[in-house]
Design a protein around this ligand. Structure first.
Ligand code: FAD
Length: 292
């Protein structure tokens, strides 16, 4: 299939892109890496009348250290972030997760911001950003507003972005001392969308007891799911096998209500959530203890 006809614009600045968005509203679509949008256009699942190509705007792909953490420009390619020393040093969970996103050829084009804005419930970036408690900088006609990942994802492919806004930057806060992290997923083949996945960030005190946990799941709901019951089962506990088993049960039975599809039944996805908690959490806690 070929896409429906569209008008093409290639702005040189964020201001120019925003002016085009304001002019065309819901008739327009921003083009980032095109790895989700272009296939959707080719299948005519998306038929934007106007395409606003962000690829030539300078500076939108910067990855930089900030006082309070790491800043990643929306147009940073997934592959560039995967290979970035700054990401490895200051957002190691993101570095660990990126190789699970599709294939290298797709990550060469696909962007961090495009994946977040697309908000596919089976995508890794939204779940990782939720686990990291990232904040998204959204630019619109009225200026910039900052939205926490927890408030950004609003349902199936839904986000807090208004029609006249674009995501310009992702802010990942610095990790507190004694923080550990880990990611894993289950998919049929490496590079496929996951049947279920889990990103975890945990903190421990001097005695090794869990003081905080952000456990985020993908492919088991309308969007990324923060497993609050699992976290509550861990906080205040030493991360023993029993405590992690209790958290796994809480996640699978109380935190998620997974959908069924041709790839997996809801019961199978619950089982995967339980397995993933038991697989990922010991690794995250070991890193937290090692970071002490
Ligand atoms: P685009 O496709 O250009 O845009 C996606 C959407 O986001 C569009 O609606 C666009 O208007 C909007 N958008 C883009 N940038 C902005 C912005 N700055 N502000 C506001 N809105 C914006 N992804 C995974 O997570 N896991 C996988 O396993 C996976 N497997 C894949 C396998 C294949 C074969 C393919 C083709 C893709 C796969 N993807 C997977 C998707 C890939 O990661 C995409 O790169 C990503 O979803 C979208 O990023 P993009 O930069 O290509 O965005």
């Amino acid at each position: 299939m070929k896409p429906a006809p569209f008008e093409y614009h290639r702005p040189d600045s964020v201001e120019e892109a925003l002016a085009l968005l304001a002019e065309h509203g819901y008739d327009a679509k921003l083009l980032a890496g095109g790895q989700s949008l272009v296939p959707a256009m080719n299948f005519r699942m998306a038929t934007p009348a106007v395409l606003i190509d962000l690829n030539r705007i300078p500076g939108l792909d910067d990855i930089a250290r900030a006082d309070d953490g790491l800043r990643i420009g929306a147009m940073a390619r997934q592959r560039a972030a995967e290979r970035s020393d700054l990401v490895a040093a200051h957002a190691p969970l993101l570095a660990e997760t990126l190789p699970y996103v599709a294939h290298a050829q797709i990550r060469n084009r696909g962007t961090i911001g495009g994946s977040i804005a697309h908000a596919d419930p089976a995508a890794e970036m939204p779940a990782v950003m939720l686990a990291l408690d990232a904040r998204f900088h959204l630019r619109g006609p009225g200026g910039t507003r900052v939205v926490a990942a927890g408030d950004f994802f609003t349902g199936l492919f839904g986000t807090a972005l208004d029609a006249e806004e674009m995501l310009v930057e992702v802010e990942i806060p610095s990790a507190a001392p004694r923080t550990g992290w880990a990611f894993d997923e289950v998919s049929r083949r490496h590079g496929d969308y996951a049947l279920a996945g889990l990103a975890a960030v945990v903190q421990v005190d001097e005695a090794g007891r869990c003081t905080a946990a952000r456990i985020s799941l993908l492919s088991v709901g309308d969007g990324p799911v923060l497993a609050a019951q699992a976290a509550a089962a861990l906080v205040g506990q030493a991360p023993t096998e029993d405590a992690i088993r209790a958290a796994a049960e809480a996640a699978a039975q109380r935190d998620v209500d997974p959908p069924g599809d041709i790839h997996a039944t809801p019961a199978y996805r619950r089982q995967l959530v339980e397995v993933l908690v038991r697989r990922v959490l010991p690794r995250a806690f070991a890193r937290a203890v090692a970071a002490a």
